[in-house]
Design a binder for this molecule. Sequence first.
Ligand code: MG
Length: 155
Amino acid sequence: MESFQEAARNWPRTRALICDIDETICTQFDQPIAAAIAVLRQLHRSVEVHYVTARPEASRLHTMNFLGDHSLPGGDNLYFCPLSKSTRAHKIEVMTRLARQYAVIASIGDADEDEHASQTAGVVSVRVRDGAEAAAWAEVARLAGISLPGEEAGG
Ligand SMILES: [Mg+2]
């Protein structure tokens, strides 16, 4: 539990988005999901992006290259799953910690374990469903208060 002094020091907290990687921002390891790329690029001025993934540390270089290739923010905020942990436990642990440190606007992911970890951490959960990726990312944009290119302001 965070002490009063710690809470005061961290206030106001930076806004953050918690983001899964596979089937959320890309498919087949490095095929980008267009809606995710568009929203994440817009977000970086106002919201920090933190990637909480089931990928192991060994995939760091490949993952950072993917983020760089698509001009995505958050390359310093990658949380890989330690080999000693289940992905479920890893996601709960990291999301709970992030929820204390940041004003988390939402967590977006495609799997039950993403949704479960969000709920455990007390974070709003946005579910990416196959074929409806754009709708999920539009919801994140709405929660972040950003409008995407081509959208009417305030629409
Ligand atoms: Mg996933």
